[in-house]
Design a protein around this ligand. Structure first.
Ligand SMILES: Cc1cc2nc3c(=O)[nH]c(=O)nc-3n(C[C@H](O)[C@H](O)[C@H](O)COP(=O)(O)O)c2cc1C
Length: 312
């Protein structure tokens, strides 16, 4: 039995969506969207704190952070660990985001590069100091320009709680198929450098059954699923495929309504806009006669009320 995590996805995995997924089938852990520690230590904090809201979660949540200044990592890690920022079971450092602006700033996946390792070391050490005994994990890729196991070796020296590897390089973005077999040397490094660390495989994993198969094949401790949830919100269930195929049109529409209602209740003053919510229609309004017409219609409303009226 592997360890199953819902992947962090910016503008997707807020407390509302994490709850909808957990109600379908509960992962062992979920993760917040990545949150910038420098922003959290600035007057912009209140707005960013929405990303660190775990109030609707029923499954354990890990807070994912990124940023530039190590003192801000220390500060935020200590606030999460001591409950000043409440509701979390762990802290994850983002070493995987390939977005241009983050990379240009020398953050996230840019830190995989040898020349930025001193900065990566400062960030890790500050986070570990701030976190004390609180669990700290890392999420990264196979390397920056190319596969580079010296990076995973470097990370494992810190004996993280969990090391999740999205098995593509930064350069590859998400454009090539995930290379699951490239996780094997990382498992071997873990066995010698930090036997307690859990290695989590990420990239193109569909559902629990698929994940169990990869756990067996590659000797990892578990898997993380991101976009798989767009194809099947029950992806963490034992028989995910069967459940989703057997989910009626009415039940699919009910799932979308549930998410819109929870969103409306959670963000009554538009703290998070309604429009991005429409992309979720693709998940639920699928594979039944008339689905594409209904999906097109659901793009028209500009508020949760209008959308709920339409769905009614
Ligand atoms: C819309 C979207 C937003 C993402 N945001 C984050 C993020 O905030 N932090 C992070 O570590 N990875 C982020 N990712 C990457 C995913 O966590 C995951 O590593 C990637 O999608 C590969 O896994 P998958 O094939 O299961 O989706 C994001 C991916 C997508 C599609």
């Amino acid at each position: 039995m592997g360890f199953f995590l819902l992947a962090p996805m910016d503008d997707v995995t807020d407390t509302v969506f994490r709850r909808v997924v957990a109600d379908c089938a509960t992962p062992d852990y979920t993760m917040t969207e990545f949150v910038n520690v420098d922003g959290l230590c600035s007057p912009g904090r209140p707005k960013l704190m929405r990303k660190l809201d775990a109030s609707l979660d029923t499954a354990p949540v890990i807070a994912q952070i990124w940023g530039k200044k190590s003192e801000n990592f220390r500060q935020i890690a200590s606030e999460i660990a001591d409950g000043t920022i409440p509701g979390f079971s762990g802290i994850d450092l983002n070493f995987g985001c390939p977005a241009k602006s983050e990379v240009k700033a020398g953050c996230c996946s840019a830190l995989q590069q040898i020349e930025l390792r001193p900065q990566a070391a400062d960030i890790i050490e500050a986070t570990l100091e701030g976190a004390g005994d609180f669990p700290v994990s890392f999420k990264t890729r196979l390397g920056f320009h190319e596969l580079d196991y010296s990076w995973h070796e470097f990370l494992l020296h810190y004996k993280p709680w969990v090391l999740t590897v999205h098995v593509r390089t930064t350069k590859e973005m998400s454009k090539v198929p995930a290379r699951w077999e490239d996780i094997k040397p990382i498992v071997e490094l873990r066995n010698t450098l930090s036997p307690e660390t859990k290695i989590i495989l990420n990239g193109d994993i569909r559902d629990r059954a698929h994940g169990e198969q990869l756990v067996e094949e590659y000797g990892v401790d578990g898997v993380m699923i991101g976009r798989g949830v767009f194809h099947n919100p029950y992806c963490f269930a034992e028989n995910a495929e069967e459940i989703w195929q057997g989910t009626s049109k009415e039940d699919r529409i009910a799932l979308l309504k549930k998410q819109i209602e929870m969103h409306r209740e959670k963000y009554p003053n538009g703290e998070r806009p309604f429009n991005p919510l429409k992309k979720f229609a693709k998940i639920y309004i699928s594979d039944f006669p008339g689905a594409s017409e209904l999906r097109a219609k659901i793009m028209e409303p500009t508020s949760a009320e209008e959308a709920l009226e339409l769905l009614a």
